[in-house]
Design a protein around this ligand. Structure first.
Ligand code: CIZ
Length: 317
């Protein structure tokens, strides 16, 4: 065990803390976390935590969600600047303006919001979805309502295809999934003709249409478990996911699909969390996510959407 890992473990004991880490965190952080998962799994895990403190190794909206679901716990995020391009693409005041405009046109709609959004945006929503429960939640929207889907237009268009529900789509994208190069994917397919391709639904349609499986990170892991033979797998999602794949299904060989401008697809926001910052936030008890007035309304929406009953249908199932 390296010195810093030993330090973090000792501080975790001292501070009575649980470490939750998203699959897009670097491997050292995932390795020492108590729970790893996608947003849905981690949001649910956050409600089961027994310790007084949760350290959320992920991005801001995820730590905020953990706090909203656990008002009495102290929730720490190693770097407060760990943001999200999707959340930034949909400011609450712009969403409110657009909702008011639709209402002024007499449109009857419900707002379905991807979890990659601020609490203020969640508070303006009817539903919050993750890549793991979006299909199930969209089936709960009454058929006589239109759906305003925010903020990810690619995930929204994928959900339109899967559910057959036409949606009004917000014009937001994830900077990581937006930049996969279809040319490089086709090159990789030539190099590994027997490979299967898995892509996240935040990818544009030109990547999804060349993929054998489209789904969130938990869905991807389940899919890999169904492959009978050791297989070459081309992966179009954040590159740290490969560690989790390798960890769970070491029999396959994983190849990241590169982005247009770089050799890998690493989320710069997720990468802001490091072992050093994790140690320091445990030692100092900050940065901490503090309760905000909009959390009360966001909590109602999150509980209704994420915690009510078991998830039966997931993206990619
Ligand atoms: O839902 C999540 O955690 C995200 C952002 C991606 C995924 O599919 O896990």
């Amino acid at each position: 065990m390296t010195d810093i890992v030993a330090e973090i473990k000792a501080l975790k004991e001292r501070e009575d803390a649980t470490i939750l880490a998203h699959y897009y965190q670097n491997s050292e952080i995932q390795e020492l976390a108590d729970f790893t998962g996608d947003s849905l799994k981690l949001a649910r895990a956050a409600t089961q935590v027994k310790t007084k403190t949760i350290v959320f190794c992920g991005v801001h909206f995820m730590a905020e969600t953990a706090k909203i679901l656990n008002p009495d716990k102290r929730v720490l995020l190693p770097d407060l600047e760990a943001g999200c391009s999707l959340a930034d693409s949909c400011p609450a005041d712009k969403l409110k303006q657009f909702q008011d405009f639709l209402r002024s046109q007499g449109r009857k709609f419900q707002t379905v919001t991807y979890i990659n959004s601020s609490a203020a945006v969640k508070a303006l929503s009817d539903w919050v979805v993750t890549s793991g429960n979006a299909v199930e939640v969209i089936r709960r929207v009454p058929p006589d309502y239109e759906i305003l889907f925010v903020p990810d237009k690619h995930l929204g268009s994928y959900l339109e295809e899967v559910t057959g529900r036409k949606m009004i789509l917000w014009d937001g994208t994830c900077i990581v999934h937006e930049v996969f190069s279809v040319q490089d994917l086709l090159e990789l397919k030539k190099r590994y003709p027997k490979a299967v391709t898995v892509a996240h639904p935040e990818c544009p349609a030109n990547i999804r249409e060349h993929s054998d499986f489209v789904g969130g990170t938990e869905g991807m892991l389940r899919f890999l478990g169904t492959l009978k033979e050791p297989t070459d797998v081309l992966v179009a999602t954040e590159v740290n996911m490969l560690w989790q794949m390798q960890h769970n299904y070491p029999q396959h060989r994983y190849h990241p699909v590169p982005g247009i401008t770089c050799a890998c697809n690493r989320c710069p926001f997720m990468a802001r969390n490091t072992l050093e910052k994790l140690r320091d936030c445990l030692a100092k008890g900050e940065p901490e996510i503090h309760w905000q007035p909009e959390f009360d309304k966001a909590r109602e929406v999150l509980e209704r959407s994420l915690l009510n009953g078991p998830v039966k249908t997931t993206v990619g199932d």
